[in-house]
Design a binder for this molecule. Sequence first.
Ligand code: ZN
Length: 126
Amino acid sequence: MSSFNPVPKGEAFFKVEGKTGPKPKKPLKSGKRTAKRRAVVVKMKKLCASIGVASCELKMEPGCLRDWALGFAHSRKSRNIVTDAHWEECALACIKCHERIELLPEQDMGDVIRKVIANRPKSVNR
Ligand SMILES: [Zn+2]
């Protein structure tokens, strides 16, 4: 061996770590927001149970389904829900009332939800 060469011709001597091509594709999973939403639902359900809220708090007539198809209606449009406080500022609402409140401007939505929260039994409002 007259000329020992540890670096094969045409290859960079220093390789850039971590840049070895596209990442393997992961299957689509639900993101952080979905996890957050679930966690808040668990918390809010407990809260509602503790104050005896088991039916729609919005009671928009006509059309309110009372204790059927319930979910949580937030005081903000989804894209504006950022902090924990935003997530927890919500009222138990049937799907009919929820649909109706979602059509309101965000300010009005917020007013309705905050009024409902303010009128809950005192022990709830931490
Ligand atoms: Zn309702």
